[in-house]
Design a protein around this ligand. Structure first.
Ligand SMILES: Nc1ncnc2c1ncn2[C@@H]1O[C@H](COP(=O)(O)OP(=O)(O)O)[C@@H](O)[C@H]1O
Ligand SMILES: [Mg+2]
Length: 249
């Protein structure tokens, strides 16, 4: 069987009485870009948080590189939980919604925070130079406060910071949100290039369904906590329901 880098099985997450995820199962195979589309409030961020241990499962399991990192039986007779801060060291890295950049710190300081588990100074410097090659604008602005960056530059900084942790699977939460169309295109080009050239596996969460599905190998559609459709990126782009609900006709 093909090796999965991420497998979510029957994931349930509750916020008090709200059932945000009602039994989600999905897989990302190594080397894939998988897109999860869904309207505002569908549960996309909750799923990414659950994968990182930032929200607890009420039930279900999450396997990373085919090893259980989180698991909860509904009767709580069995639970497995991995500390969130250890996950980047295993290559599992989230670029959060809103990007999570520290505006008072410089661009370089923000990038260095992505390497918080790395003790080898030479390796940090090598990774930093690689990020600067990917995003020359971050090198130009290395010593400026991140708060002065444009939306697109902030997203590049957020992705660059994730790269400092040497990810194998990148979780991206709405990287195109609030960006101008040309910048949206740039960001999706970068995601594609990270996948083809650096062999990163990607789980991409987007409301911007059209472009996200275009660059995805496969996709899933999430509606109020349940997956309602899955298929190749092209199949979903051609699907009449997806067209009507997410692609504006
Ligand atoms: N911290 C929270 N407390 C209570 N409800 C929440 C919380 N975070 C999200 N929700 C609710 O869970 C549902 C899914 O939210 P979310 O995962 O943020 O959706 P999406 O990222 O798809 O917009 C929504 O109904 C939202 O209001
Ligand atoms: Mg969200």
């Amino acid at each position: 069987m093909r090796e999965s880098i991420l497998r979510v099985d029957n994931a349930h997450v509750h916020y008090g009485g709200i059932q945000a995820l009602k039994g989600i199962s999905l897989v990302v195979f190594r080397g894939e870009i998988v897109t999860l589309i869904g309207a505002n409030g569908a549960g996309k961020t909750t799923l990414l948080k659950a994968i990182m241990g930032l929200e607890s499962l009420a039930e279900g399991s999450i396997l990373y590189k085919e090893k259980v990192i989180f698991e909860v039986f509904s009767d709580r007779s069995h639970t497995v939980s991995t500390p969130t801060h250890l996950l980047p060291g295993k290559g599992l890295v989230l670029v959060p919604e809103g990007r999570g950049i520290f505006p008072e710190l410089t661009v370089r300081e923000n990038l260095e925070m992505g390497a918080f588990l790395q003790r080898d100074k030479k390796r940090i410097e090598k990774n930093l130079q690689e990020v600067y090659q990917w995003f020359p604008v971050l090198k130009d602005r290395a010593h400026q406060r991140a708060g002065y960056l444009s939306g697109g530059e902030l997203q590049m900084l957020a992705i660059g910071r994730a790269m400092m942790a040497e990810p194998e699977l990148l979780l991206l939460d709405e990287p195109a949100l609030g960006l101008a169309p040309l910048m949206v295109q740039r960001i999706f080009e970068i995601i594609t290039k990270l996948n083809t050239e650096k062999k990163l596996s990607v789980l991409l969460v987007e409301q911007n369904a059209k472009q996200a599905l275009k660059i995805a190998h496969r996709g899933y559609v999430l509606e109020t906590g349940r997956l309602v459709l899955s298929g190749s990126g092209q199949e979903l782009l051609d699907n009449p329901e997806v067209k009507r609900a997410y692609l504006g006709g």
